[in-house]
Design a protein around this ligand. Structure first.
Ligand SMILES: Cc1cc2nc3c(=O)[nH]c(=O)nc-3n(C[C@H](O)[C@H](O)[C@H](O)COP(=O)(O)OP(=O)(O)OC[C@H]3O[C@@H](n4cnc5c(N)ncnc54)[C@H](O)[C@@H]3O)c2cc1C
Length: 373
């Protein structure tokens, strides 16, 4: 393993995506000696492939633990970014001006009405939009769109810059970042004592934070199988002359305005294991869906296309917190479609758990909640 690793790190974080780096930074800020071990993809895998949307309500099917921690994490974003920008001198282009859910067809409009109504009943800041009000909010959407809902508690961040900034911030906080592939946990007398890397080297630590994204289940020494599976997503970036004021989510795609005159369009959701790469069919489908929502994007040049692997779980919720059967192991994985949104709260929850004060909210995200767990 190459890189700077302190002798006797008291914490090893496996995985240097947004989740691992944010946890490392938070642990170092509490005085821990932290080493991040990553295979060498600076800033992560899914983290770099993501859309960067911060969407607690749009990603919820109803009230529940996801909505609760999603909203809590969304509320942390402004101060989180302010601190990281101060620590790194970088600008992360955080926007907290909401999102538009758009229905192009009647069926989608019914679903949108139901979502609007439960959100309203739960005191969330949502606004129903039709006709001139809809066109006034987002003039470039299709004139025949049926209706929309503006969600106030939503936004976006530049996830690629976030990855870079977290790497800088974690190092500035004193974390060592080492290149290597963790293959298993070192377990002695029923407790974690570090990790072993693919080259056979042992790396002792009192605490291990497992933040290896879609690959987290591949570690040996886990007390039970960890049901994290890759869910592939493909995206395209289109050159856009008329920028949207917020992200728009509609049938078949979402559209995210980015700095520099482009719109990112996502995303597919594919169960194909770790088979990477984009396909012409998926890219065409995304471009068509984008043009159906925003006619100005018809024929817009494709600037870039990419794919990544979301860390999916059977119930779509992350796996967070201390392992109940293996002292010294803390889980920070399985963030599926929402790992960017959940980065600040995950770092707080993990740092609290490492201090021996696990937050009661972790109960919904326990690693042993799955059948057979
Ligand atoms: C197309 C797409 C769009 C998305 N859009 C959004 C969005 O808009 N908003 C949102 O909140 N989320 C979004 N997500 C989800 C989000 O990207 C993920 O939930 C999040 O990035 C997970 O972060 P992570 O740090 O856990 O994983 P990753 O970023 O995948 O990082 C894991 C790291 O662990 C390393 N690693 C793996 N195995 C090992 C090992 N054995 N040893 C050492 N290192 C290892 C990898 O190299 C990698 O650097 C999207 C995902 C995709 C794919």
């Amino acid at each position: 393993m190459r890189g700077r690793e302190r002798k006797g790190s008291d914490v090893i974080v496996v995985g240097g995506g947004a989740i691992g780096l944010a946890c490392a930074r938070a642990l170092a800020a509490r005085g821990r000696h932290v080493t991040v071990i990553d295979r060498g993809v600076r800033g992560g895998e899914a983290t770099l492939a993501a859309g960067g949307m911060l969407s607690p309500l749009a990603e919820s099917t109803g009230p529940g633990p996801f909505l609760d921690i999603g909203l809590a994490s969304f509320a942390l974003w402004p101060s989180f970014v302010e601190q990281i920008e101060e620590e790194t001198g970088m600008s992360l282009d955080l926007r907290t001006n909401g999102k538009l859910l758009l229905a192009l067809e009647t069926e989608a409009a019914h679903a949108l009405r139901a979502r609007h109504d439960w959100a309203k009943r739960n005191g969330l800041d949502v606004r129903w939009l039709e006709g001139a009000a809809l066109r006034g909010r987002e003039p470039s959407v299709h004139p025949a769109a049926v209706c929309g809902v503006h969600i106030a508690d939503d936004g976006q961040v530049d996830n690629r810059l976030l990855a870079r900034a977290l790497d800088v911030a974690a190092r500035a906080a004193g974390c060592a970042v080492a290149v290597g592939e963790a293959s298993g946990l070192l377990v002695e007398s029923g407790a974690v004592r570090g990790v072993v890397t693919r080259d056979g080297a042992d790396h002792p630590a009192d605490l291990v934070v497992l933040a290896a994204g879609a690959w987290s289940g591949g570690m040996s020494g886990l007390p039970r199988p960890l049901p994290v599976r890759p869910v592939k997503g493909q995206m395209v970036a289109l050159a856009s002359p008329s920028p949207l004021s917020t992200a728009v989510e509609t049938e078949g795609c979402y559209l995210i305005p980015r700095r520099g005159g482009s719109v990112w369009v996502g995303a597919t959701s594919e169960d194909v294991g770790f088979s990477g790469g984009t396909t012409p069919d998926a890219r065409d489908a995304l471009r068509r869906a984008a043009a159906a929502a925003v006619p100005g994007l018809d024929g817009a040049p494709e600037i870039e296309a990419w794919d990544g692997f979301r860390p999916g779980t059977p119930d779509g919720l992350p796996i967070l917190g201390p392992d109940p059967d293996l002292p010294g192991l803390i889980h920070a994985t399985g963030h599926f479609r929402n790992g960017i949104l959940l980065t600040p709260i995950t770092a707080e929850l993990v740092a609290g758990a490492a201090d021996g004060a696990p937050d009661p909210r972790l109960a919904a995200f326990r690693p042993d909640r799955f059948p057979g767990g």
